[in-house]
Design a protein around this ligand. Structure first.
Ligand code: ACM
Length: 247
């Protein structure tokens, strides 16, 4: 059973994956955040999700802040501690009310460092925080590379691994998660290269025998001399490489 909604620039879709023996309903959220409007972007995404049911939601990379920071100072001002910052707390509150889990990308501040992170939260709070290992292009001047490796969390119904956007291009990211027992790779993204990750993630699913759920954003940011257009086409892929759902 599939459902898809479109509200302005925001999409939500969920798919029930029982036919592939994953006993959970996965939702992917494709948003177009307004740069810097962190609390509003987060509450808009959660409002939208309130109208659907999923056991596990996946949201885009940096879904609350937007992506194109002009420098590290700006990123630091919008980054937040995990799990005490407002975005993690909003996600945890949503998980508590809805009895679900969420994976979402956010800018994490930890002492002097900022990280391009993804959190996995549930009704009881934070379960894991992954810090993006493979930083893309100008991210290297803004974020510190992830220092915790790749982790898998057993939710009981399935084991979830997290990777963020550009990690897709490095087979070791998905492989190390699969070797740790992941059933599903949750993949928050802000993709700018047309159709590349959509193809690599279908390959990652097939070569590792796992589900993948990529939540990519849409919209354009022109905050530097370089304009970035995000490619959407979020997707859920089955372990045989079949695209179950594409926005
Ligand atoms: C990317 O890693 N956001 C392309």
């Amino acid at each position: 059973m599939e459902s898809e909604r479109r509200v302005k620039n925001v999409h939500v879709a969920a798919i029930e994956s029982l036919r592939y023996h994953l006993p959970m309903r996965i939702g992917i959220v494709q948003t177009s955040p307004v740069f810097g409007e962190r609390d509003r972007n987060a509450s808009d995404a959660l409002d939208l999700m309130s109208e659907e049911q999923a056991d596990l939601w996946v949201l885009p990379e940096l879904f609350a802040t937007g992506y194109q920071f002009v420098d590290a100072k700006e990123a630091r001002a919008l980054a937040e501690p995990v799990p005490d910052g407002p975005t993690s707390q909003a996600l945890i509150a949503f998980a508590g009310v809805r009895g679900c889990h969420l994976v979402a990308g956010l800018a994490e501040r930890d002492g002097p460092q900022i990280y391009n992170s993804a959190v996995l939260v549930g009704p009881d709070g934070l379960l894991a925080c992954y810090r993006k290992v493979h930083l893309f292009y100008r991210e290297k001047g803004i974020f510190a590379p992830g220092d915790r490796g790749f982790a898998v969390i057993d939710l009981g119904s399935a084991c979830i691994g997290m990777m963020v956007c550009f990690d897709h291009l490095f087979p070791e990211s998905a492989r190390s998660l699969a070797l740790q027992g992941a059933d599903l790779l949750a993949h928050p993204a802000n993709l700018v290269l047309p159709d590349l990750a959509q193809r690599t993630m279908a390959t990652r699913a097939l070569e590792n025998g796992v589900f993948t759920a990529t939540a990519n954003r849409v919209g354009t940011e022109s905050r530097t001399e370089e304009s970035l257009t995000y490619t959407g086409r979020s997707q859920i892929v089955a372990p045989d490489g079949t695209v179950l759902l594409r926005l």
